[in-house]
Ligand binder design. Sequence first.
Ligand SMILES: Cc1ncc(COP(=O)(O)O)c(C=O)c1O
Length: 351
Amino acid sequence: MPESFLKKALWGFQPYVPGEQPPDGEGWVKLNTNESPLPPSPKVIEAIKSAIDDSLRLYPSPTAAPARAAIAAQLDVNAAQVAVGNGADELIEMCFRAFAGKGEHVAYPTPTYPLFEPLCRIHEAVPHPHAMAEGWTWTDELAQDHAPLKFIVNPNSPTGTWSPESAVEDVVARSRGVVVLDEAYVDFAPESCAGLIEKHRNLLVLRTLSKSYALAGMRVGFALGDPELIDALDAVRDSYNMDRLAIVAAVAAIQDQDHHRQIVEHVVAERAWLAEQLREQRFEVSPSAANFLFVEPPPGSSAPAVADALRERQILIRHYDREPIARWLRITIGTRDQHERLLSALKEIIQ
Ligand SMILES: Cc1ncc(COP(=O)(O)O)c(C=O)c1O
């Protein structure tokens, strides 16, 4: 028998650990995984209910064609420039399958979304992290890295930092391989850089319906890019990667832009309010263009201790136990009630 059934490349592997997901309905204030504080569109719920019928015995459209068509119409691109996936996470994984071979480099700035490093290990690619510069900006070394696959996240998580289109284009134009611009949080930011796909055939832009469309539970993400890159993703995708209910939910969500705008407006207004309140409690609050705040507790309080004390009060926020962000906390924007619970718990904990 082998020492382990796991392939050798994964011995000692540290998997990606998603934020805690406590059981529903137990009164938790969940501000740890950047879900929407508002519910999905009622039209999405209706569409899902009416799709629950005998047709579930049939496989879904392998290309999730109705979802691609709805996304293309909304974003004014060609359906051949759209791929869809079981969340943006699946599309990230498909990028490894399509663009990063065993032993090849995968570049990304750090700190950023912590999924890239474990995916390198799974795919036996070589992680090439580039420490961000002052103000969480991308470095020349990152832009010049000739890895066949590179990820940048804008707005970045967990820092919330927004980089203007000129900075994104600089990275894309100086890269030789595929650049994946993860725009999971872009709807809360000043603007998207998706228009750059018309100019740069090495650029893939990722989006998700998990945040600004309140559909984290349905698992819908999409990619925008040159048809050649989209074909590459399709070539490596699982045959039926979007189920029937996810497809109808995606179409209904994309078509209800009024509801989507309400979610975005709520988050942007509450983000400003919460930032102000936290500053009054002597927190350092980093500028955020996302649906979360990245904050440093006042001098004398430790970030993990604050997160633990909140957890004891059934309030979840995110702490990453790694440098250079171990002194910081990420707090998802919630409802006003949730914020008031958070703020009064913080008052108790910090005094
Ligand atoms: C930067 C980033 N990309 C992608 C995702 C995953 O999105 P999805 O829920 O569509 O898989 C997240 C989730 O929080 C994220 O923070």
